[in-house]
Design a protein around this ligand. Structure first.
Ligand code: NCD
Length: 304
């Protein structure tokens, strides 16, 4: 993975995923051993969309490896406001940093931008496209809680616009998993993602309600309805509020069910789930640091 761009979960083989997760687990066991690993490294942060977890955990990760960030800051305070193109922006910023992290509202933007730079470019979310580093921390969390083989997972919510879902679904096809997709008709998986999943030979089923499948799940991965990506707000209002999970819903689930969410949540998971043994979403968010440390170490050329 040395010097590779990481733009899609589709490019990650089972071996790549296992290498990152193993390395992340070594780092989590003894983070101080990596504190001066990349002392000179600068990570360029280019966030054209809001972010809390992804941006801050990338910053924490490079700092915990001994490096630092150079951050474009808010779009309104950058030259993007003057009309600078994304291609020009990344070509400039690659001169200031050893790797770039890009979040952008346009699907395909990370792939396009990566063609203009030689330093590794990591996709931190491209519109409704992909979010491969979220997937790596999701897989790390699944592995910790349920294991990655012989896994039955339900992925629920906004499957159409949810980039975390698209990336995770692809990555899971490398493992022995049964994937159940639960959403309203209007928010089903995009056709191209469904096609890829079927091509991979994986077990994939689609449902419009969680009830029937809930008792058989090892993991339930809940996502936010992405209001900002709906072309028409009335379409959003027609489905918002459906597919909510609370502690009483989970009485029908297996005692060992792990509930995950990439966060931010709005009202998909009630707060009464937080204190049950099912909730893994804060642990999942925290796992972003060791997993991103591992990935940065590998793309910047560290030896695991
Ligand atoms: C997600 C994203 O930005 O795609 N958040 C994240 O990175 N943890 C999910 C979302 O915004 O709903």
């Amino acid at each position: 993975m040395r010097h590779d761009h990481i733009t899609s979960a589709k490019q990650l083989s089972r071996g790549d995923i296992e290498r990152v997760l193993e390395h992340a687990s070594d780092i989590a066991d003894d983070p101080s051993a990596y504190a001066d690993r990349h002392e000179e490294a600068l990570l360029g942060l280019l966030f054209f969309e809001p972010s809390t977890r992804t941006k801050m955990s990338f910053a924490a990760a490079i700092k915990r490896l001994g490096g630092d960030v150079v951050d474009m800051g808010p779009v309104d305070a950058s030259s993007v406001k003057k009309g600078e193109s994304l291609a020009d922006t990344v070509r400039v910023v690659e001169g200031y940093a050893d790797a770039l992290v890009l979040r952008h509202p346009s699907e395909g933007s990370a792939q396009m931008a990566s063609e203009f730079v030689t330093v590794p470019l990591i996709n931190a979310g491209d519109g409704a496209g992909q979010h491969p580093t979220q997937t790596l921390l999701d897989m790390y969390t699944i592995r910790e809680n349920a294991g990655l083989d012989d896994l039955t997972i339900g992925i629920m919510g906004d499957l159409k616009y949810g980039r975390t879902v698209h990336s995770l679904a692809h990555a899971l096809t490398n493992f022995d998993t049964r994937q159940h997709f639960i959403s309203p008709e209007t928010l089903k998986l995009p056709r191209n993602v469904r096609f890829d999943l079927h091509e991979s030979g994986s077990t994939v089923k689609e449902h419009t309600k969680p009830g029937g499948i809930l008792p058989s799940l090892d993991v339930l991965y809940v996502t936010r309805i992405q209001k900002e990506r709906f072309p028409d707000e009335s379409e959003y209002r027609a489905v918002a509020g459906e597919y909510q999970i609370d502690a009483s819903t989970l009485t029908r689930a297996d005692d060992d069910l792990t509930v995950m969410h990439p966060l931010p949540r709005v009202d998909e998971i009630a707060h009464d789930v937080d204190n049950t043994g099912h909730a893994a979403y804060f642990q999942q968010a925290h796992n972003g640091v060791p997993v991103r440390m591992a990935l940065l170490d590998l793309v910047l050329g560290g030896e695991p």
